[in-house]
Design a binder for this molecule. Structure first.
Ligand code: PLP
Ligand code: FVT
Length: 419
């Protein structure tokens, strides 16, 4: 039973968990026994339709048979060599063929490592120290990222973490998302090595770039000889095969990837212009290394996932189901006269209550978090798992077919009419 496991876990882990957002499910998280397709099966015997999907990576759902077979095939050939393996060449070629800014790539093990390295590269390339990030963007759990961070950092009221050296903190400049005026001022007045941005904000709920924002970032960074880094850990291969940069046709200097490119196994990557990536050791003097970098299992799962994305209609199914779910939610909320904003793009969306627009982190934080949480809890009672935190995103996938969607709509109807 989840309750018993939770009691044990509280003795073993800080706050009972190994990543904080998991503790946002109340009164305690449900423990998952197994998963398949669009479903999670809990140890308490419940079946849940999953719209969290591992917080983004599982764009083909759980245990996609093709991916599973490719992982097993690799498993039977060994899962760590300490030397290069053919499968890393294959995944690199696939990613580079799809992501416009990618000429070369370095594989690491998480999105956190990827952004940490991209920032180091920007400093190494430009010889400058400062970086510019946006309020509420989340780039993982390293010192530079945890200044005004979104996601669980905001959920648990530590947007800027304790334990970050002032020296580091002082190298991070912050602007509000969608505020080009601020960016221009910072670039003019500070020596900025790189501007890092989520091209679509997926860690404050979902927030879209206003028309011209990403283009403006591209122009400004170019004119101040600052690197533009797109953090596509969520959007890479979710918005389309070419990521947010292809979707918006704005090409950054560096791109960080993670989540989907590992098919659900741990991964991260930094890709970009050859002249920048070549600064990495051993060809250059910006250091990175990792026991598990380009580990064969993550590589195999990544290749298999991208192969499925190339040949099947995953994007259509995922978009259609997110559309149906969010439209039904909108209609029901409007009928009830509830004030809300719903932001959506392709296969992801989020709803904010009590606010009429959400274009940056400050507005997102003004939304009625406890109302959102009530909706999450009531959906869970109806067998549908949406994120427990306002500051995460509802994700759909290629296995959220019409059968799953219909069951979801039934649940939403019940939840909203009974609110
Ligand atoms: C945009 C973005 N960047 C970086 C990260 C960090 O990735 P990871 O959790 O794999 O370290 C995340 C997600 O968690 C993310 O959403
Ligand atoms: N949006 C943030 C994440 O996806 C990270 C998952 C976690 O914090 O466990």
């Amino acid at each position: 039973m989840s309750e018993n496991l939770w009691k044990e876990a509280l003795k073993l882990f800080a706050g009972g968990v190994n990543s904080p957002v998991r503790a946002a499910v109340k009164p305690y998280p449900f423990y998952v026994e197994k998963a398949e397709g669009a479903y999670l099966y809990t140890v308490d015997g419940k079946r849940l339709i999953d719209y969290v999907l591992g917080y983004g990576p599982l764009f083909l759902g759980h245990r996609h048979p093709y991916v599973e077979n490719k992982i097993i095939e690799q498993l039977q050939k060994g899962w760590l060599y300490g030397t290069p393996s053919p499968i890393e060449v294959k995944l690199a070629e696939k990613i580079i063929s799809h992501i416009p800014s990618a000429q070369k790539i370095r594989f690491v093990n998480s999105g956190t490592e990827a952004t940490m390295l991209a920032l180091r590269l920007a400093r190494g390339y430009t010889g400058r120290e400062k970086i510019l990030k946006f309020n509420g963007n989340y780039h993982g759990a390293h010192d530079y990222g945890l200044v005004e961070a979104g996601s669980a950092a905001t959920e648990f009221n530590v947007s800027t973490s304790n334990g970050i050296p002032a020296l580091v903190r002082n190298t991070v400049e912050i602007c509000e998302y969608n505020d080009l005026g601020c960016v221009e001022k910072k670039l003019k007045n500070e020596d900025i090595a790189g501007v890092i941005v989520e091209p679509i904000m997926g860690n404050m709920g979902l927030i879209l770039p206003e028309k011209g924002f990403l283009e403006g970032l591209r122009e400004l960074t170019r004119s101040y000889n600052t690197l533009l880094i797109f953090d596509e850990v969520i959007t890479g291969f979710r918005l389309g095969l070419s990521g947010a940069q292809g979707y918006f046709n704005v090409i950054p200097d560096l791109t960080t990837l993670g989540k989907i490119i590992g098919g659900g196994l741990p991964i991260g990557a930094v890709a970009g212009k050859s002249e920048i990536i070549d600064l990495l050791t051993p060809s250059g003097k910006v250091f990175n290394a990792g026991t598990f970098n380009a580990n064969p299992l993550s590589m195999a799962a990544g290749v298999a996932t991208i192969e499925v994305l190339e040949r099947e209609k995953v994007y259509d199914t995922a978009r259609d189901s997110a559309n149906a779910f969010s439209e039904e939610l909108k209609t029901l909320l409007e009928k009830k006269g509830i004030t809300f904003t719903l932001n959506r793009v392709e296969s992801m969306f989020q709803v904010f209550f009590g606010v009429r627009e959400v274009k940056n982190a400050t507005q997102a934080k003004q939304s009625d978090k406890s109302f959102y949480f009530r909706v999450h809890q009531k959906m869970l009672e109806q067998g549908v798992f949406i994120p427990p935190s306002q500051f995460e995103v509802i994700f759909s996938s290629g296995v959220h077919n019409s059968h799953i969607v219909n069951a979801t709509l039934e649940a939403v109807k019940k939840v909203i009419t009974e609110l």
